[in-house]
Ligand binder design. Structure first.
Ligand code: GLC
Length: 561
């Protein structure tokens, strides 16, 4: 091992993320479910992954498709039953795969029993589970402070019955929990125990760095969206709460955790994930590499800049080195499809392969989002009525203020909305892409006739087989798992070149992010004539050379020693 970090199962695993509503519909009501998951466990295992992360499966009114939980101890009727979940868990375990649940504790649904009880009266024992405050001004008809929600206008909603406002950093139907209340933390620990006792192996912790709010809820620096962020992002108390969860519940079960953290930097992340006694989470999802074609949010697009992407990749690779471990991902349920962003729909398979090699062979634990492995892309919806997500609707209102509406907004939403990641999984070219036998809840991408699992299985050169092969290489190769990372050709605006090295073995990964021909020169110390070309997304060159001109989105992986 080149560093002082110790090997661990969670460093060697690869994780597959399921967004249940759109994965596979087993009871043919148009909505994905656990009956569908059960049918597809062998497929998931066949990818070479070691674990599944389920986006929320709990009962929910679906204001934010499951990220608004109405009951932390159940399974939504749409998805099945607790008994069915137990079966999925057992079957996943029988195949050697772990199962991680999404744990959303920054907020609940407003339909959760705690919230319902909290608004019965200010004397309710549940009142202090949330942030209820009197309004300001004469007659108290102004919100308690100027915070704006990340999703939906002001961050305060008035309750006429109680004559108080409650805080919601996300949608109105997602009131924030008061984690400073020890009773709330006790509830959270009991929820964790409930799932761990059942055999679940860990949690993905939703917006975990938001769970502490600044004492006194002071006014925030005014921003178009999310005013107040500085008063609820990564406050010191987050660490206290995480320490309590870890000591009291997670450690005794040996549970794995990955936290989601908007606006995270490597320096700050190390306060949570540095290995040793003070470690609070195993891994952290940050967003920096997801901002190479936008600014602040996916919804403010900029031209894609490879240098920005490379900088983020290398920054995390080098700054965590020797002290903490990276979480690697390019897609999840919150972002448009990566081929449509950083790759090319025209060169879908080539660019998809290149993107896979650009992140899967870095140092860290990779996550693969459903459909990514077959190269699903964004789709073009015909009208705003076809969209389903609170974030899209909020942006429609926001952009309208700046004159972006109608067709212009539709174009933006088709390009930038996270709903692009939420279209039904494309299993075959059968009606509804084999996802369901009924009309799916959300439109299937019309490219399913070409882009689907069945077609990819049958094609030896498909992206699907490429993912399998890369994951197999990573899994069986200590060099890929634990080798040192170095970036080469840093100044190139079109090529991302990195190597992994341990003892006398080396791996060189060459990725062109360009449709245009680019000149590649092998970095010093890498003689391609003596390397073994393990992966190439075009027919291997007849003559090896240390200089070559790249084909569109060309990718090669060489092994040395
Ligand atoms: C996280 C989830 C996202 C959700 C939000 C609010 O960012 O990944 O889907 O909308 O939290 O819960």
């Amino acid at each position: 091992m080149p560093t002082e970090l110790q090997p661990a199962w969670w460093k060697e695993m690869a994780v597959y993320q399921i967004w249940p509503r759109s994965f596979c519909d087993g009871n043919n009501d148009g909505v994905g479910d656990l009956w569908g998951v059960l049918q597809k466990l062998d497929y998931i295992k066949s990818l070479g992954v070691d674990a599944i992360w389920f986006s929320p499966l709990y009962p929910t009114p679906n204001a934010d498709y499951g990220y608004d939980i109405a009951d932390y101890r159940g399974i939504a009727a749409d998805y099945g039953t607790l008994e069915l979940f137990r079966k999925v868990l057992a079957e996943a375990h029988a195949r050697g795969m772990k199962v991680f649940m999404d744990l959303v504790i920054n907020h609940t649904s407003d339909e959760h029993e705690w919230f319902q009880k909290s608004k019965e009266s200010a004397q309710s024992p549940y009142h202090d589970y949330y942030f209820w405050r009197k309004g300001k001004g004469n007659g108290g008809n102004r919100p308690p402070n100027n915070w704006k929600s990340v999703f939906e206008g002001g961050a305060w909603e008035y309750d006429a019955g109680l004559q108080e406002y409650y805080l919601h950093v996300f949608a109105k139907k997602q009131p924030d929990l008061n984690m400073g209340n020890p009773r709330v933390r006790q509830e959270v620990k009991e929820i964790m125990r409930f799932w761990l006792e059942m055999g679940v192996d860990g949690f993905r912790e939703d917006v975990i760095t938001y769970i502490a709010k600044r004492e006194g809820l002071p006014g925030g620096f005014p921003l178009p969206v999310g005013t107040g962020l500085e008063h609820y992002t990564s406050l010191p108390a987050v660490k206290e709460y995480l320490r309590e969860f870890k000591q009291d519940v997670l450690d005794p079960y040996g549970a794995f955790t990955v936290g989601e953290a908007p606006m995270m930097t490597p320096k700050l992340a190390k306060e949570y994930i540095t290995e040793g006694d003070g470690q609070l989470l195993n891994l952290m999802f940050h967003f920096q590499h997801m901002e190479a074609d936008c600014i602040l949010t996916d919804w403010i697009p900029l031209p894609f800049r490879l240098k920005k992407l490379k900088k983020a990749f290398t920054r995390w690779q080098t700054e965590l080195k020797g002290s903490a471990w990276n979480a690697l991902y390019l897609e999840n349920h919150d972002h448009p499809r990566i081929i449509s962003r950083y790759g090319s729909e025209k060169y879908r398979v080539q660019s998809g392969k290149m993107l896979a090699a650009a992140y899967l062979l870095q140092s860290g634990t990779p996550f693969i989002y459903q459909g990514q492995e077959i190269g699903m892309t964004n789709q073009q919806l015909d009208s705003l009525e076809q969209f389903k997500d609170v974030v899209t609707f909020n942006n429609a209102r926001l952009f309208a203020k700046f004159g972006v509406k109608g067709e212009r907004f539709l174009r933006l939403a088709n390009r930038r909305s996270r709903e692009n990641a939420r279209s039904p999984m494309q299993w075959s070219d059968a009606p509804h892409a084999g996802f369901s036998q009924s009309e799916p809840w959300f439109r299937v991408n019309p490219n399913f006739t070409q882009v689907n699992v069945e077609a990819a299985e049958a094609d030896a050169c498909s992206l699907l087989h490429w993912y399998r092969a890369l994951l197999a290489l990573r899994r069986s190769n200590p060099l890929v798992l634990y080798g040192d990372y170095t970036e080469h050709d840093k100044s190139s605006r079109h090529l991302y070149v990195y190597s992994r090295r341990s003892a006398n073995k080396k791996l060189l990964v060459i990725c062109s992010f360009s449709e245009q021909p680019q000149r590649f020169n092998a970095p010093l110390g890498f003689d391609l004539l003596h390397g073994e070309l393990l992966f190439s997304n075009y027919a291997p060159p007849e003559v090896q050379s240390n200089q070559f001109i790249t084909k569109p989105f060309e990718c090669r992986v060489y092994r040395f020693g």
